[in-house]
Every structure is written in structure tokens, then in C-alpha cells.
Design a protein around this ligand. Structure first.
Ligand code: G6Q
Length: 546
């Protein structure tokens, strides 16, 4: 366990505290006017990603102090520890080795003395073989019909990554396959995902690291009943169910042949698993070559993060800026605004990656943290958001740093669409940074009483992340950029970014309440008076309707 001095007591933090009021009083208008090269200088480019951070409220001194903070926090040695396979997930005593999932053949990464890279590639090869069989129609259902529908059943990390990857890479997907996802325990999710599917043409992927998750196992049993009842063939499970898990015993118990199980390992965290076998649905959709290209993109970012000097290291700079906005400007949230329709589920994916990783209130050694940790991530694709919540970002009372993300080459070039899309993205960050002064509004002849309403304060920070074309490789780079930025912030706060104890209490309480909803039991309820009354209200409706 790492015991280091609290971040807020470090020399660099103290210096940043002294420095902050100076920057707080500066306007981006001034910072740009004083330095005509700012927009070129405050950028970083690596592995095909152009990162513009000139519109953050920083000076060269801010950057220097933030980099000093990173150095003082031991970030370099913590990165090395992660890549060496050390058990950096201290509360679960595990490595966090998602980087091994995309390591090329031949690289050696050991966990407990054993090189894990050969196993990773063995599973990838099996996935590739299976995906090819499904995509080509060689893998048939039990009635001899080819598989046309793939339904991934999983939740959290076993759902959000696959959904996001499928949506993001839909352009590359085999279009005669229908890919659906069931995560929620709400029966509606199952019914809506299956109501128009032919069971004889449907393959279920049960994606669960533990194979014990209540939602996933309930949906998996419902799927098995649905399939067996529809097809009326007791041996149908073998052709229509595969599993992705670390728990072979539970997979076998469910009735899935472990020959049809794709393995991963306890050193892969759920929210870091989209590039493991959990990505089987992605691979079936886009094919193994594209999947491997995505892994290569991840790996390029891993290498960049591991080797680039911090002042040119994209995830490090991104993480430091996020911390600056959060801990000094007290920004509570970050808006993720992809100007790319295919990335519509990217903000939802990032919510888990960032908030489950860094939503922690104690350090690795259990001490209360003296500053805010993970901010709230949210967002929608541009330009839709502009016609809804951007109002608050522009003129509300809160400071909301934004990540604008765009791919300069369109996948679907259509008339002027892409130019208009990009013009909007650039216009938004420009408007946020520079605003519109009362004088400018007055000069337009606006009546005095309307001037305050039409004035834009500006000085609202944003990053712009530009990539070439949305390819599987580019997606891998982008996801890894955020993964490592999250890690950077976690190291600075000295928290465990790889555990998620915060989800446990609700699970335990739900397990206690389930039987209380299933019976009309007259035994007194032992919750608080609010929960008791809610349960009684539910019971009334449930038992009256029967
Ligand atoms: C992610 C979390 C969590 C997990 C789900 C599903 O980092 O661990 O979201 O992925 O609870 O767990 P299983 O894959 O074990 O069903």
C-alpha cells in the first residue's frame, strides 16, 4: 500500500493555491490577446490525436506547477507499477492490467510470475475463430438456420463498453447481423430486445466476469426459458448460448459448455474490459481484423502514456487540466461533447469509466481526502446538445469544462453536413471562451434592458480533441486516452481507481427487500419509516392486481 503525503500538503499544491487567484482573475480574451501564438503553443499532438488545450484558464506557470504536482505525486513510478503488473488495485489485491489485453504477441507482462500475454492471444484467436463462424453462417442454430441476431446480456462494464464500441463502429459492422444488448433487470429490456427476433436465429452472449450478477443471471435465465419454450429443443442451449466469464464453474452450472466460454482474468476490471473477451459482440459485429486494429490503437496510446514526457503526454495533460478545473476552479462536472453521431453512447461509457473509478472519498490507505475527487461526467453528441443544455454552459452560473471531440474526415460525407458540423463545434468552444461583451451587444443596437440577457461572460474552459477518421484504431486510442487520464487523476488523489465498493451496499439492501416484495407477509417491516411505507405501497398494488 502506498503511503504518501496528502496531495494538498505537497509543495506544488501549495504553490498552485498561491498561484490560483492570479489566474482566476484573468480572462481568456486577455490570455489570447497577450500571446498570439497561444492557440498553437498550448496544443499537443501524438499518435494521430490533436489535443488543443489553449482554451483552458491556465498560464505557462500553471502548467509548470501542475507538472510539478504530477512529479511529486510519484506518477511516473505508478505508471511503471501498472505496466509491470503490480497489484495497484490495493483494496482488491489485484493488478489492473487492461494494458495487457492489447499488448502485441511477444511482449512479456507478468502477474504472479506468469506471462499473461500468450493467454490473451490464445483467447483472441478463439474469439476470432468463433466470430468468423458466426459472421459467415458456419455456426448454425439448433434447427440448422444461420445466426442473424446476437444478443449480449451483461451489465455495467460487461455492457457499456460493448454497446459503445458497437455503436461507435457500426460503420464497420456486418449489416445483416442484428446486434442487441440487454442489461437492465427491468423486464421491458428483455421483451423489447427479443420481441421481434426468431429464436432459431438468435445467439445469446452471457457476458459476466463473475457470472453471479443478479441482473445478468436473471436475464440469462429468462433468455434460456424464452429460447427453450420457443424452440422446444432441450439441447438448444449449446448452439444458442456462449459465455464470457472468469467463472467456468458457474458457466457450466448454467448449462453452457465451457468449450463455448471465452475467458478473461481477475486482473481486468469490468469498466476496463471492452477489449477483452467482453468485446465478443464487438468482434462479431466488426470482424476480428477490425477488432485487432482497435487493440492496436489502445496499445499505441498505452505506449505513448508510458513513454512520453509528461509535458507532451496527452493523458497526463488531460488529467492535470481536469484536476485544475475540479480542485481549483471548483468545477463539479465535465461535459463530453462528441461531434460524431456514432459516438452517441460515448458519454454514457465515460460516466462509468470516470465516475466508478474516481468517485472515492478516501485515499488508498483509508484517509479522508481533503479535496474533491472525480467530477461528474455527462454529455450528448453535438449538435443536439446545442439545442438543449448548452444554454446553461454558456450563460448559467456554473463553470462546466467541456471536451469537444471530432473526427475531421467524415465516414458518411453528405453534402455540406460535415463542414456545418465542424463549424458548430469550433463556434461553441470559441463562444464559450470569448463570450460577447455588453459593449458588443450594445453596438448591435440591442435595447439596454435586453443587453444583460444577450451578454456572454465567456472565460469557460474547454479542450478540443481532433482525430482523423473514426476507425477501430482511432476509437482504441480515444478510449485509452480517457482510461489513462482517469488513472493520472487517481494517482494524484492517491485513490484506488480500480475498485468499486460503492455499488455493494445497494446490492445487499436489494437482496433483503426482494423477498419482502414477493410476499404479502404481514410481518412487521424493519426499515426506516419511509422505506417501510414505500414497500407497503408497492405491495398494495402488486397483490391487489392478482
Ligand atoms: C466495473 C464494475 C461493474 C461490473 C458489473 C458486471 O468495473 O465492476 O460495472 O462490470 O457489475 O459485473 P459482472 O461482469 O461480474 O457481471
Amino acid at each position: 500500500m502506498t503511503t504518501i503525503a496528502p496531495l494538498t500538503q505537497s509543495v506544488a499544491w501549495q504553490a498552485l493555491k498561491v498561484h490560483y487567484p492570479k489566474v482566476q482573475s484573468l480572462h481568456l480574451r486577455q490570455l489570447f490577446a497577450d500571446d498570439p501564438m497561444r492557440g498553437e503553443r498550448l496544443t499537443a499532438e501524438a499518435i494521430g490525436i490533436y489535443f488543443d488545450y489553449a482554451k483552458h484558464r491556465i498560464t505557462d506557470e500553471t502548467l509548470m506547477l501542475l507538472l510539478q504536482l504530477a512529479a511529486e505525486s510519484g506518477l511516473r513510478s505508478r505508471i511503471d507499477a501498472m505496466f509491470r503488473g503490480e497489484k495497484i488495485n490495493v483494496t482488491e489485491k489485484r493488478s489492473a492490467l487492461h494494458i495487457a489485453l492489447r499488448a502485441p504477441k511477444g511482449q512479456v507482462i507478468t502477474v504472479d510470475g506468469e506471462d499473461v500475454v500468450p493467454e490473451v492471444h490464445a483467447v483472441l484467436d478463439r474469439m476470432a475463430d468463433f466470430s468468423t463462424q458466426v459472421r459467415s453462417g458456419v455456426w448454425k442454430g439448433c434447427t440448422g438456420k444461420r445466426i442473424r441476431n446476437i444478443v449480449n446480456i451483461g451489465i455495467g462494464g460487461s455492457d457499456l463498453g460493448p454497446v459503445m464500441a458497437y455503436e461507435s463502429l457500426r460503420h464497420y459492422s456486418q449489416r445483416d447481423l442484428t446486434i442487441r444488448f440487454i442489461s437492465n433487470i427491468d423486464g421491458t429490456a428483455f421483451v423489447e430486445a427479443t420481441h421481434d427476433l426468431d429464436a432459431a436465429e438468435t445467439l445469446f452472449i452471457i457476458a459476466s466476469k463473475t457470472f453471479t450478477t443478479l441482473e445478468t443471471m436473471t436475464n440469462a435465465h429468462t433468455a434460456r426459458d424464452w429460447l427453450l419454450n420457443t424452440l422446444n429443443q432441450p439441447d438448444a442451449v449449446a448452439r444458442h448460448f456462449v459465455a464470457v466469464s472468469t467463472n467456468a464453474e458457474a458457466v457450466a452450472q448454467f448449462g453452457i459448455d465451457t468449450a463455448n466460454m471465452f475467458e478473461f482474468w481477475d486482473w481486468v476490471g469490468g469498466r476496463y474490459s471492452m477489449d477483452s473477451a467482453i468485446g465478443l459482440s464487438t468482434m462479431i459485429a466488426i470482424g476480428s481484423d477490425h477488432f485487432r486494429a482497435m487493440l492496436d490503437g489502445f496499445h499505441q496510446m498505452d505506449e505513448h502514456f508510458r513513454t512520453a514526457p509528461f509535458d507532451r503526454n496527452l493523458p497526463v495533460i488531460m488529467g492535470l487540466l481536469s484536476l485544475w478545473n475540479n480542485n481549483f476552479f471548483d468545477a463539479q462536472t465535465v461535459a463530453v461533447l462528441p461531434y460524431e453521431q456514432y459516438l452517441k453512447r460515448f458519454p454514457a461509457y465515460l460516466q462509468q469509466l470516470t465516475m466508478e473509478s474516481n468517485g472515492k472519498h478516501v485515499t488508498q490507505d483509508g484517509q479522508a481526502i481533503a479535496c474533491q475527487t472525480g467530477p461528474i461526467y455527462w454529455g450528448e453528441p453535438g449538435t443536439n446538445g446545442q439545442h438543449s443544455f448548452y444554454q446553461l454552459i454558456h450563460q448559467g452560473t456554473r463553470l462546466i469544462p467541456c471536451d469537444f471531440i471530432g473526427f475531421v474526415e467524415p465516414l458518411n460525407p453528405l453534402g455540406t453536413h460535415h463542414d456545418v458540423l465542424f463549424a458548430n463545434m469550433f463556434a461553441q468552444s470559441e463562444a464559450l471562451a470569448f463570450g460577447k461583451t455588453a459593449e458588443e451587444v450594445e453596438a448591435e443596437g440591442i435595447p439596454a434592458w435586453l443587453v444583460p440577457h444577450q451578454t456572454f461572460e465567456g472565460n469557460r474552459p474547454s479542450s478540443t480533441i481532433l482525430l482523423g477518421r473514426l476507425t477501430p484504431e482511432a476509437l482504441g486510442k480515444l478510449v485509452a486516452l480517457y482510461e489513462h487520464s482517469v488513472f493520472t487523476q487517481g494517482v494524484l488523489w492517491n485513490i484506488d481507481s480500480f475498485d468499486q465498493w460503492g455499488v455493494e451496499l445497494g446490492k445487499a439492501l436489494a437482496a433483503r427487500i426482494i423477498p419482502e416484495l414477493e410476499t404479502e407477509d404481514r410481518n412487521p417491516l424493519n426499515h426506516d419509516s419511509s422505506t417501510n411505507t414505500l414497500i407497503q405501497h408497492y405491495r398494495k398494488a402488486r397483490f391487489q392486481s392478482h
